[in-house]
Ligand binder design. Structure first.
Ligand code: TXA
Ligand code: MG
Length: 368
């Protein structure tokens, strides 16, 4: 594998209107030359490469250590570009593009020839989205290419929401990183299969089921999304362990927030006692225990947990989505060994939050 001197281009004052960013000149030249470059989107940072070049797309898989059977999303900067990539546009898909693009919605279409086979992992369909981020759009326009881009993390780790997260994972493995500050939504796009009717959510994300249904009526959800693991998910990527900190992690579910925090406190006590039993004769070993909490609940774990990561406020699930991956990554920085995570309602963006938390925990749940 090639070793890179990874360049970082900082772009301040990222504004909404279409603007020329000279910092993107070198990044777009490298993309045209077949390199992989990380860039911000409104959801998470992506690792982009020319979607029409097999050699370029292979760089993505190599840098991420991504299984080759997991297809990539193609990013475009205007709706017209869809026509070069897909065989047909279902009527509901057109309505969804008009309503949600640019934005955190990936649509699965029947694919046309020309897209590198590696992008679609041999499938007959392709996922496409138009990101709602001025730098992502400017970069795609500057290259004049559709950019295949998965999240810019090492495979299995939490997705990156800052350029520093990308550096943590991919320093030396990619040609460069466009640093446009923290991303906004914080969880990835919703992946919706529009080759089916009703359309089916393969991965919940930034655009909620409720919002989709206001535009196209009934929307189905792949049963594999809501956890019960035996089902084979339709989005190949959903079958892999994902978003996971190094520590053993459990989500904790109870009918009320008060019951959740009480259960977490109780479980921390149990975990410490059982370790105490094990080490009766030998020296006492400390288990570093972390809790994923919210601004409203963090005080409950003071003096009980060794580390508390606050992802956001329960009154604002969007803030939880925005802070989720940074909180998950912080457990590794703190070398936490055992994590208990609070649960959230699965309405709105809560569906995406709980999907990611359950995956990070390998579906391990403690129930009241
Ligand atoms: O917000 C996002 O979607 C971010 C930013 C960078 O755009 N990208 C992202 O890509 O999350 P990635 O590769 O981490 O996740 C793509 C997901 C995977 O679960 C993959 O299996 C699924 O989309 N996917 C892609 N193409 C597909 C297809 N043709 N059929 C079914 N699932 C597909
Ligand atoms: Mg990913």
């Amino acid at each position: 594998m090639i070793s890179y001197q990874t360049k970082v281009w900082h772009v301040d004052n990222v504004v909404e209107e279409q603007k020329y960013y000279p910092q993107l000149d070198e990044a777009s030249a490298l993309l045209r030359a077949g390199e992989a470059i990380a860039f911000p989107t409104e959801t998470v940072y992506g690792l982009g490469a020319n979607a029409l070049s097999s050699a370029a797309v292979k760089r993505i898989f190599e840098a991420k250590g991504r299984p080759s059977d997991n297809p990539l999303i193609v990013h475009i900067a205007d709706q017209q570009a869809v026509h070069q990539l897909v065989r047909s546009i279902p009527e509901k898909a057109q309505r969804l593009m008009d309503a949600f693009w640019p934005g955190p919605l990936t649509l699965i279409f029947p694919k046309k020839e020309g897209i590198a086979a590696e992008v679609t992992a041999g499938l007959d369909s392709v996922g496409i989205r138009m990101p709602d981020h001025p730098l992502a759009l400017a970069l795609i326009r500057a290259t004049g290419l559709p950019l295949a881009a998965p999240s810019a993390n090492r495979s299995g780790r939490p997705s990156p929401t800052t350029a520093a997260h990308v550096e943590e994972d991919l320093q030396g493995k990619i040609a460069g990183i466009v640093d446009g500050g923290a991303t906004g939504v914080g969880v990835e796009s919703t992946v919706l299969d529009v080759t089916l009717d009703p359309p089916m959510i393969l991965r919940p994300g930034g655009v909620t089921k409720e919002a989709l249904e206001r535009v196209v009526g009934k929307v189905a959800v792949d049963p594999a999304v809501t956890m019960q693991a035996d089902e084979q998910p339709r989005a190949p990527g959903m079958k892999y362990q994902h978003y996971a900190p190094q520590a053993e992690m459990w989500t904790v579910d109870a009918p009320s927030v008060e019951a959740q925090t009480a259960l977490i406190r109780e479980r921390i006590g149990q975990a410490r006692r059982s370790l105490g039993d094990e080490s009766q004769e030998g020296s006492h070993r400390e288990l570093k225990i972390g809790v994923l909490a919210t601004t409203e609940t963090q005080a409950e774990y003071a003096g009980i947990a060794d580390y508390v990561a606050v992802c956001g406020s329960r009154h604002d699930l969007a803030s939880v989505a925005r802070g989720l991956y940074d909180a998950l990554r912080s457990f590794d920085q703190q070398q936490v060994e055992f994590i208990l995570a609070e649960s959230f309602p699965t309405t709105g963006v809560g569906a995406a939050i709980m999907n990611r938390l359950n995956k990070a925990a390998g579906n391990q749940v403690i129930r009241a």
